[in-house]
Every structure is written in C-alpha cells, then in structure tokens.
Write a protein that binds this ligand. Structure first.
Ligand SMILES: Nc1ncnc2c1ncn2[C@@H]1O[C@H](COP(=O)(O)OP(=O)(O)OP(=O)(O)O)[C@@H](O)[C@H]1O
Length: 234
C-alpha cells in the first residue's frame, strides 16, 4: 500500500485467516496496522496485490465508539439496520436483544453522554453485532479504557465470539489482550509493515479469566514481546 503522498505503508504482506479464526495484529506504532484493517474491510483499496475477504456481512469497530450523540443507545444500535432497510419492529427487536447481549440492559433509552467509555464501546459493539457479521474487524477498540474495564470487555468479547461464531481481525497494542482473545497473533515490522511472525495460541475457548495468571500465558506473552521488540529495533 502506497499512499498518494508516497508513504509506503505496507509491503509484501501475506496473511490468511480461516473461517472462525480470531487473529490479532500487534506491531510498532505507525507500522500500518490500521491501514491493513481498512484495506481488508474495503474502506479503501490497496495499490497492489490481491485481497480476498468475504465482506457480505462485515462488522467494524473503530478506536472510539463513534455513537451519534443525539440518538439514544437503541437509536444508535438500530442505525446500521436502518441503513439496510430493516423494518421498524425488526430493528427494535434485534436492538433490544443486542443491547442485552452486551450487558447494557436498562440503558436503551440513555443518551451516549450519560454512559461511561466502556458502556459506549459496548453500544458500538451491539450496533455491529445487530447485523450478525460473519467477519468482524476491530481497530483497537479498547485502547482508551482502564485495565479492569478492558479485561471485562475482553471476557465479553470472547463470549460474543463463542455465541456468534464470526471470523475476527483485531488490532491492538496490548500483547496480553491479543493472546487472551486470539487463536493467532501476528507481529508486524516497522513501516512499511510486513508480517514478521505468526504465533498460534494454543489455549482452548472459552477462555478462563484465570488464564491471564498462568505461567503458559506469561511465557507466550513474553515470546511475542521479544518479537515485537525486535520489530521495533530492526
Ligand atoms: N491517508 C494517508 N496518507 C498518507 N500517509 C498515511 C495515510 N494514512 C496513514 N498514513 C501513514 O501510513 C503509516 C501507517 O499508518 P497506520 O495508521 O496504518 O499505522 P498503525 O500501525 O495503525 O499506527 P498506530 O499503532 O499508531 O495506530 C503511518 O506512517 C501513517 O502516517
């Protein structure tokens, strides 16, 4: 991927994600992770190479929750369904179902400004989940949250992944988050981003929250951290 100003963002990236895999990408700041996600989701086209993604039912969450402040939670969750022409009754039914699923029961009639950052992100997840995505892309959705809220949302995302069975592509700066969520973690090089290394994550789903305190988890995080440090220093 080369931007019009000549910035070479990605080079020789080769990545295969199978159905129902959950793949996280970590890499130095500015290495091209968001660019990779935007190309994969079709937000903009690559300048060379081939990208094949089943985008028929694509979910996407951004770094911030991107809710409309003048719409209540339910109105926000209904937004994408509205754009797709779902009937009013169907929108309402699905929105209330998803609001419950992400743990926002009782907040359907609240405006975003009355929600915490974690709750806003849950509403944003509910909005994407309403379309039943079979491919779901996440651009560092929990980066701005405190550690405890982030871990809780990671637990919830794993259970959403179990219940909804989508294919996930997740960008993060947090190695523990990547390992906890994923079946595979990919380390990218500095810009122009290349895939330096892929790590298969051997832990079974659903993930036990205590996994985070196990020696195996720590050892794997450490291995990925060494690889990331090499990527930064290269
Ligand atoms: N529209 C654009 N035009 C020119 N350069 C761009 C454009 N968008 C991104 N870039 C550059 O491409 C590179 C990759 O950006 P990208 O946002 O994909 O990195 P990232 O790995 O997601 O960064 P971070 O971890 O800091 O979020 C950066 O050097 C960025 O400045």
């Amino acid at each position: 991927m080369q931007f019009p100003d000549g910035t070479q963002a990605l080079e020789d990236v080769s990545l295969t994600i199978r159905q129902n895999e959950f793949v996280s990408v970590v890499g130095p700041s500015g290495c091209g992770k968001s660019t990779l996600l935007k190309i994969a989701s079709g937000l903009f086209p690559q300048t060379s190479g081939i990208v094949k993604v089943d985008r028929e039912q694509l979910g996407y969450t951004f770094q911030d929750a991107t809710l409309m402040p003048w719409r209540k939670v339910r109105g926000n969750v209904e937004l994408l369904m509205e754009l797709r022409g779902y009937s009013k009754a169907e929108r309402k039914r699905i929105a209330l179902e998803q609001i419950k699923m992400v743990g926002l029961d009782g907040f359907a009639d609240h405006y975003p400004k009355r929600l915490s950052g974690g709750m806003r992100m849950r509403a944003s997840l509910a909005r994407s989940l309403a379309l039943k995505p079979n491919v779901f892309m996440f651009d560092e959705p929990f980066g701005a949250l405190d550690e405890i809220t982030r871990e809780r949302l990671n637990d919830e995302l794993v259970s959403l992944f179990m219940r909804n069975s989508f294919t996930g592509l997740f960008i993060t700066h947090s190695i523990p988050e990547a390992v906890y969520l994923s079946s595979k973690v990919v380390v990218m090089s500095r810009r122009p981003g290349r895939i330096l290394k892929e790590f298969d994550i051997p832990f079974a789903y659903p993930r036990d929250p205590n996994l985070r305190f196990s020696a195996e988890f720590a050892a794997l995080c450490n291995e990925i951290s060494v690889s990331l440090r090499q990527a930064i220093e290269q």
